[in-house]
Design a protein around this ligand. Sequence first.
Ligand code: GDP
Ligand code: ZN
Length: 358
Amino acid sequence: MAKSRRENRAKRVNLTRDWQKGDFDDEHTLRERWTREGSEPRQKVKKKNQHEFDYINSFIGMVLEVHRRTCTVQNLETKELINCRYGVSITTEEHRLPAVGDKIKATKEIISGDFYAVEVLPRKSALVRPGPDDRYNKKLVLAANIDQVVVISSVLEPDFNYGFVDRFLLAANLSNLDLTIILNKIDLVSEIPEELEEFKNVAKIIPISAQNKKGLDALTEVLKDKVSVFSGQSGVGKSTIIRKIIPGLDIKTGEVRIKDGRGRHTTTASSLFELPFGGQVIDTPGIRGLGLLNLPVQELAIIFPGFEDLYQNCKFNDCSHTHEPGCAVIEAIENGKLSVARYHSYLRIMDSINTQRT
Ligand code: GDP
Ligand code: ZN
């Protein structure tokens, strides 16, 4: 009996997935892969050795940006930027998707002449987006091999965005990375609001005024000799800060040439900055937003940093740590064992997840 279109599609998707994982070994060059109708099988050609890589002339590069099918890679030796394709060409099973900051081995594919990422080298660290696994059943890695996450915010114009900072705090905590908050435009206020001061307990906070060059020494000290990922909403002064710490840099016109395997050149805005005092800053569009859309509230109550040794002692095992009697988290706050600031972050994140749902 003929199967429904939906069933046939599901079968195709499963087969493709197996093939991508390498579980599906097709020995025949021409073979009936799946049938639409029993009477009229569709023949599909699967070419053997679709890719032939020139392994001898491979190079090691660093991933600066990740797009749907390609990634922008900087050749670590020549400093050239090259667009590389990625996907099933990557042999390392655990890193199918390259992330910003990844070191990869890339080379030319002989037939097409395109550059491909063929291997993602082991990661030193990874900034992981909290939440359910992505389609390769791995956590989505937003950035790799970084030393710290730096969130840029402003006290005013635009207002300090707690939700934005909280999410990065959660992600950095889960990924065992340090979080630094640059608090810009302090020239606009007479003093730093108390609620904001509270972040001191959970992150490094550097008040600056990029315009008046205040606090830049403290910032330099934090960034020196480290690989930092910058993230901030537009308008907070990120470009101003980068311009102040790298004198002589003009990011608006700081376009760099990028080439593909066929020798075609295009330009792109630079997203990796070498600091004159040592260290690097990665400023990339890919990690500007950090959605927690699919994170269930119950999971947040368990994974929230600092709660891991506590939630099992709560009276109810689905405790949301807000109003329940016998809550070990609330008890820890009362005993001063858990920071109030961190608990506020938790409440705000939970609140934002709840409002997304409704
Ligand atoms: P970006 O979108 O984060 O790159 O922000 P910009 O660097 O373009 O800055 C946005 C606006 O904020 C500009 O009008 C800047 O002049 C202003 N700005 C940047 N730093 C400061 C600061 O320290 N104090 C004040 N008052 N304004 C600033
Ligand atoms: Zn509880």
